[in-house]
Write a protein of this length. Structure first.
Length: 229
């Protein structure tokens, strides 16, 4: 099975679906893994007192969700000051630590901010989705034990030697790697795996097995869901 580490919409087996809080009610009984969080594009001062925080905490404690997020920082597209995004990221981070759940991170033009926060808060699993970094950022993330999930960037990279991921994907240790579609229309997870297979020179079945192993390691509370769907 080719696991899609980050997607949206309806939950399905073989994927980690990232939901907005208001989407939980109609996705509670779906298959596959699920994460919930307040996306940094939409956070405001009102978000800090949103009543769903209590619901999110209960879902995490009860084991009904498998990860916290996506959350993070975005200096390119945002409606709130970076200070508000940072405070909300901190709340997600604390909940992930309290419940021992992985944290799914959205990071756009804020890599140094995330690294600084990781240095301050080194506990539990952090996974950066939609990763599009260069060699330096890959090495820094690995040093800070941040797992990486490239996606649509691999299609942009394919054959494009000027793309910053070109030639650098293979330096990501497979045990740090996830792959995703981010629900981009017309893109299949098979396409993403095929490009990774070619660039990393790792057979696609070996990539699939390694990512499954990574999931068992990083999502220990979700092992039964991973095995049985």
């Amino acid at each position: 099975m080719l696991f899609d580490f980050h997607t949206h919409g309806k939950r399905n087996q073989g994927a980690l679906t990232s939901l907005f809080p208001e989407e939980w009610a109609v996705n509670a009984n779906g298959k596959g893994l699920v994460s919930i969080g307040f996306h940094p594009w939409y956070v405001t001062e009102k978000t800090e007192s949103d009543p769903f925080w209590n619901t999110l905490k209960q879902l995490a404690v009860d084991g009904q969700i498998d990860a916290i997020g996506e959350t993070g920082l975005d200096r390119l597209r945002y409606s709130s000051p970076i200070e508000i995004q940072t405070r909300l990221f901190g709340q997600h981070k604390e909940l992930a630590e309290e419940t021992n759940l992985p944290l799914i991170i959205h990071c756009v033009r804020s890599f140094s901010d995330i690294l600084a926060l990781r240095k301050k808060y080194p506990k539990n699993t952090w996974i950066m989705h939609g990763f599009i970094g260069n060699e330096y950022e890959i090495k820094q993330a690995i040093e800070k034990d941040i797992k990486l999930s490239p996606g649509i960037a691999l299609l942009l990279m394919n054959g494009n030697q000027n793309h910053k991921l070109f030639g650098n994907l293979r330096i990501i240790p497979p045990e740090f790697l996830y792959l995703e579609t981010d629900a981009v229309p017309g893109i299949s997870i098979g396409q993403i795996y095929s490009i990774a297979e070619k660039n990393m020179e790792i057979p696609i079945d070996a990539l699939a097995k390694q990512i499954q192993s990574n999931l068992f390691r990083d999502f220990p509370r979700s092992r039964e869901k991973l095995i049985h769907g």
